[in-house]
Write a new protein. Structure first.
Length: 397
């Protein structure tokens, strides 16, 4: 039993706002009736500005990985040549899904901690005739955010007929995304990330080219057939029984985000990211990701060899701070602090205060109060920069 109020700082699932928790407790409704049709319509309308599209958004009752599988099986055929651009564990997963269904995947892997280089993507596409390119928007295993507009432009330049499929599970909703303007053909996100809801729903949007590709794709699909989902949307339904309680929560999360406004949502995430980075560096931790492409939703920090991470992390948990460890080849080498969804700068300052207290307890050379002050200054600076860029204030705390 923790002695402190939990501060869940992992890159998903994320904390639920009180009104979202309450929404999930509502009574069930007929998923073939007008009440659910209205709910689905409100979710669609609220999400479109964050997706940057005027098109349909399929709502799948599955995890984000189910959405990635839907991206593959709905647009590709066995034997299709695919360029899988990976910058970490989730990029590897996206490529593995394509391979599992018979695609011929040519993997292009960046060094973990670095983003993909548009010039390298352009050069690799020049070597063959690719049906699709797989991109990860935000790699939670490394704390890196790919420059999707630049990568998409490189794909369009080198292989204009290739489909661009994007995993934005842990980014969309927290940072700007423009499916239509950037020429993205399909994007996937998940309810338990920026959308401030429980796990259980994946949301998928596609371009006209993406929807057209589904008519000729020959990979097996049934439950994840996006054509069925799109056809059902016309009647305000999903083709299969949806996770209604999660849908209630997603609707409320979208309502809160719409009320705050996209610019303010993005500004809040930028401020929390800046605060996290400055605070961790103020505590003497080295940030893992290359500075030019650090994530705005999760920060990875290297674990010093001198630190007993297991004992250190146990004390963090005892004080109510829950952070994530490393994944794959980074297990035991980094820890990760999530700052997406229902997060404010005060949550990050609280996390830094706890990290500071435990660092001092473990004999690390830390100046009391320095990390929290650095985090607060960075948040204020990021808030000001974002406000200037958007011409409007973004919530800081």
């Amino acid at each position: 039993m923790t002695r402190f109020e939990p501060n869940l700082r992992i890159p998903g699932p994320t904390p639920l706002p009180p009104s979202v928790r309450e929404a999930g407790a509502r009574q069930m409704i007929n998923h073939r009736g007008p009440d659910f049709a209205g709910l689905l319509g409100r979710i669609q309308a609220g999400m479109r500005p964050f997706f940057g599209t005027t098109g349909d958004i399929a709502i799948l009752s599955c995890a984000g990985t189910g959405g990635l599988e839907a991206a593959i099986v709905n647009t590709l055929s066995p034997g299709d040549a695919v360029l899988g651009v990976s910058i970490g564990a989730f990029g590897d997963r996206f490529a593995s899904i394509a391979e599992a269904y018979g695609a011929r995947v040519d993997r292009m892997a960046a060094e973990w901690g670095w983003a993909a280089a548009p010039d390298e993507v352009r050069e690799r596409l020049g070597r063959g005739d690719y049906r699709a390119v797989l991109l990860t928007h935000n790699e939670t295993s490394t704390g890196v955010m790919n420059p999707i507009p630049a990568l998409a432009a490189a794909v369009r330049d080198a292989a204009p007929d290739a489909l661009i499929l994007v995993d934005s599970v842990s980014a969309l909703g927290a940072v700007p995304f423009e499916l239509d303007a950037w020429g993205i053909d399909l994007v996937v996100t998940g309810s338990q990330k920026a959308w401030m809801a429980a796990p259980g729903m994946a949301m998928v949007a596609a371009s006209d080219r993406g929807w057209a590709a589904m008519e000729t794709a020959r990979m097996p699909r049934y439950y994840l057939d996006l054509r069925r989902h799109r056809a059902s949307l016309a009647n305000g339904e999903t083709p299969w029984t949806p996770a209604i309680a999660v849908a209630y929560q997603v609707e409320e999360g979208v309502r809160l985000m719409t009320e705050e406004g996209p610019a303010a949502v993005f500004g809040r995430h930028a401020a929390c990211a800046a605060a996290t980075r400055a605070g961790l560096e103020g505590l003497g931790f080295e940030l893992f990701a290359d500075a030019a492409n650090r994530s705005l939703t999760v920060t990875a920090a290297s674990i010093p060899e001198s630190l007993d991470w297991k004992a250190f992390n146990a004390e963090l948990r005892a004080r109510g701070l829950i952070v994530a460890g490393g994944q794959g080849r980074l297990t035991g080498k980094v820890f990760r602090v999530g700052h997406l969804g229902a997060v404010a700068v005060d949550d990050i300052l609280g996390a830094m205060a706890t990290l500071e207290e435990v660092s001092i307890q473990f004999g690390r050379d830390v100046m009391p109060g320095h990390a929290v002050e650095a985090a607060e200054r960075a948040a204020v600076a990021a808030h000001g920069a974002t406000a200037a860029a958007h011409g409007a204030g973004a919530a800081v705390g």
